[in-house]
Design a protein around this ligand. Sequence first.
Ligand code: UD1
Length: 357
Amino acid sequence: MAGTRPNFMKVSPIISELGRVGASAVLVHTGQHYDQSMSAAFFEDLALHPPHYQLEVGSGTHALQTAKVMERFEPVILAERPRWVVVVGDVNSTLAAALVTAKLRDEVGSRLAHVEAGLRSNDWRMPEEINRVLTDRVSDLLLTPSRDARANLIREGLEADAIVFVGNVMIDSLFSHLDSARQLCVAKSLGVDGPYAVTTLHRPSNVDNRDSLQTVLAGLSRIQETMPVIFPIHPRTRKNIEEFGLNSLVDCITLTEPLGYKAMLSLTDGASIVLTDSGGLQEETSALRIPCVTLREQTERPVTLAQGSNTLVPWPMSALGILETFEKALSTKCDLPPIEGWDGHAARRIVEALLAR
Ligand code: UD1
């Protein structure tokens, strides 16, 4: 099951591996993300099989989106009766499919596996934290991307036997597509030569409030004075910059539409530094050994901090704090150690865990 941009690169290696071992897979796309740039481009780049089911739920409030996925996913599971329902990540589609599966467990005999189990920000203001905790609570198999996740799950009283460390499946996609992404030279095609910074922003806590958005953009425009900043802009963020009248703060920044998977990978791989509130980019920069400044108060990916590629911006956030953290992070060494299980083989371990039960 997949629904949003960051889900597609997580399901793609799992589906390939299921095919390799001769197990059949049915891909359900909830349609939470639906634009060419937020969805179709990823299917093309990842050569992902078109979804067998397209639920077309679209945008809406959290309740509406979650309810629509539940309503439309229920007949799918009743018709398909899969041995496993595999959900990934922490988006509304993840929780909705998890709830449907858990409630039909006895009736249809399907069990629920959560890929990326056990990550915690401990910040209940994040919709993703609610989605993560609840999805893990109803899952039969908790597939963790990093060792720290196990302790979080045990602390919440979940069964130790249900937890299997598999590593980070998003990094499988990264390693598979890095060589072809490198051919694209996206920064050059945007007219940027030499060192540059990449930024992305979409968290409600950063972009739905005028003051927070203004602070982050002011920080980025200070950085732009020393290094070009390339900003592929999420639809939510673009809408709010316009609504809050903050266009002047992004005047000098190179804005682009949201990029496809390979174009974004090319841009990230060539960057001197990334400033972001995305979970996926914190992980990808760790794998690529590129310094990352995380524009959040905390992260559910502490392994990236421990490895040394990732730095949290000082809180409360200020334009000066962002600039100073950027300057310090730029001097991060490149010879950082690999993170255990972020090795391109997570999908193999995921499928082994599914077939073993
Ligand atoms: C969702 C996830 C977030 C994930 C992010 C990646 C939840 C609660 N949040 O946030 O965890 O990191 O996806 O992008 O599930 N929109 C479009 N076209 C699209 C999709 C969205 O224009 O294809 C616009 C709509 O105005 C929509 C807004 O973006 O209302 C937000 O989309 P939504 O799916 O609600 O949440 P994201 O902010 O993308």
